[in-house]
Design a protein around this ligand. Structure first.
Ligand SMILES: Nc1ncnc2c1ncn2[C@@H]1O[C@H](COP(=O)(O)OP(=O)(O)O)[C@@H](O)[C@H]1O
Ligand SMILES: [Mg+2]
Length: 233
């Protein structure tokens, strides 16, 4: 049986997919049997034949990591509207069944050495209206978490709130990954403040890529510390 980790963002667009891609890429490059898993994706892209919705987060990771897995293996629910999953599901009249996600994850953990699960938005995002949130899913999957935080202004507040919420719900945090770092003095101070206030370690600092070509992204991914990544699981 393999091991999993749950990637949480302090917000949407902080770089959960970017970081999930990096961890997946690094493990794959080093010969590990790894897959990323996006239980619920909103903002699905209509395929060319108009028959299916493609989950964009999985599409990015497939491309950057050269994975040959099917989207069906990397994702359970793909919803059209780019809004909170509970609302996208309501609009599309889709019932999200948590047991399907749990079973999907169990299959993956039996097949792969490492499964990297990407959440949706932040920690208090509703997945099933009035019933089920991202933090409930983390508990059901019995996973530890890694928080992806922005380097820039606003991150102290977002990160500390996320950490406090996870602690309150007895969810274990393995560390924080700072994303979109661009060498600014206030980013260095943000990182120090986050370390001091949360008492958590910074697993990695990932630079902001100015020219987002695949080869530049891969070069940045290759700088990630493999030992630290293996220690997350
Ligand atoms: N380190 C980075 N350098 C450059 N662009 C980044 C970086 N991290 C994220 N991005 C870009 O920011 C946007 C949001 O990132 P994404 O990983 O999709 O966020 P999330 O999954 O948290 O919603 C994407 O367009 C992504 O390519
Ligand atoms: Mg994403």
């Amino acid at each position: 049986m393999g091991r999993g980790i749950f990637i949480i963002g302090t917000d949407t667009d902080v770089g959960k997919t970017f970081v999930t891609g990096g961890l997946t890429y690094l493990l794959k490059q080093n010969g590990y049997n790894v897959i990323s898993y996006k239980p619920i994706q909103s903002g699905g892209i209509v395929s060319e034949d108009y028959k299916t919705l493609i989950p964009p987060d999985c599409k990015y990771i497939k491309e950057i990591c050269n994975l040959d897995n099917d989207y069906n293996e990397m994702n359970t629910y793909c919803l059209r509207e780019e809004v909170s999953p509970h609302l996208a599901a309501r609009i599309e009249n889709i019932d999200i069944i948590k047991q399907e996600i749990i079973c999907h994850y169990k299959k993956l953990i039996n097949k792969y050495d490492y499964v990297i699960v990407e959440g949706a938005g932040g920690i208090v995002v509703p997945l099933i209206e009035d019933k089920y949130f991202v933090y409930d899913l983390i508990k059901d999957l019995n996973l530890d978490t890694v928080i992806v935080s922005r380097a820039g202004v606003g991150t102290i507040n977002h990160t500390v709130l996320t950490v406090e919420f996870l602690k309150k719900h007895n969810i274990n945090i393995k560390g924080i990954i700072i994303n979109q770092y661009s060498n600014k003095f206030y980013e260095d101070d943000n990182i120090e403040m986050i370390k001091k206030l949360t008492q958590l370690g910074i697993v990695q600092k990932i630079n902001k890529i100015e020219d987002v070509m695949l080869e530049n992204i891969r070069k940045e991914y290759e700088k990630i510390d493999l030992e630290k990544v293996l220690n997350l699981f």
